[in-house]
Design a protein around this ligand. Sequence first.
Ligand code: NDP
Length: 329
Amino acid sequence: MYHPLDTRYDAMRYQRCGRSGLKLPLISLGLWHNFGGVDTLEKARAMVRRAFDLGITHFDLANNYGPPPGSAEETFGHIFRHDLAPYRDELIISTKAGYFMWPGPYGEWGSRKYLIASLDQSLHRMGLDYVDIFYHHRPDPDTPLEETMGALDHIVRSGKAIYAGISSYSPEQTRQAAQVLKTLGTPCIIHQPNYNMFDRWIEDGLLTVLQEEGIGCIVFSPLAQGLLTDKYLSGIPAGSRAAKPHSFLKPEHITGAKLAKVQRLHDLAQARGQTLVQLALAWVLRYPTITSALIGASRPEQIEEAVGALTNTTFADTELQAIEDILAG
Ligand code: NDP
């Protein structure tokens, strides 16, 4: 039986999620890649154990993570049953629904029918009675927002989720969703958007809305899926995300122009006594509105490196300007 380290809460820092009572670790672990049916269970298990030993209390899933879709929740369910079940009350487990999951008119987007059925399926796959956070995974242009938010409210009231969240909603959609949920009496406590040095859309309005509404922010792909690391500086290594057929990171995304910036960011990180991974994570965490950086990993050592970012999360103005210059270059 797995016994987590007694030291697991010594070094991790926790931050309040918006104006809610929930605190999240500054680094959270997502199971989008490397936890599916195509991956090795023992590796997945080693990563989850290492993460929890380092104080990472938050594990993020979605109905469709795999491949095949659903298999990351099954993997997590297996690990939970064998290793984590005694620690359920120390964990924040999230899942989502929004993307394609099953055929027919009820297997994606934002209807009440889809959200409620999908969460029941997720709970079954993970062997859980409830999740801590249930997200609507992407905005639905056709379903009335009142219906989607009504489904989140119903789910929280039914006890199948403790908190409600949204992902990839625009600033205006976020404001509207927050308003509807407030009226229903179930606050929106968290937003999950993409954010990293190469994709800064949330700086253009979303962060302001989140701050005004008191909504926390957990940013996904803070390492741009591995681009903001040293690994692609001399080619695409076998087994890396860009080398895998089912990945969204394609070799054509790894351009010479991006790699030139990565090299300069790497040099800047070294001057700060950090790795590029640690610089990229500290940089996304520089806004107080950002509650947590949601990383992915393919090995336990990557999680250790990420947590190492927390020893230096402050920036001199000159360093921030140097990063701006590199990114603009
Ligand atoms: P990252 O940007 O952190 O990328 C993770 C990948 O970067 C790893 O799989 C690994 O790639 C590489 N990496 C990580 N650490 C290191 C290191 N120390 N050295 C070298 N390479 C490293 O995040 P993800 O794109 O994985 O997204 C994180 C989570 O965000 C997901 O698991 C999911 O929970 C969530 N998410 C949510 C979405 C949404 O729509 N709400 C969409 C996408 C993600 P490699 O495999 O090559 O080693």
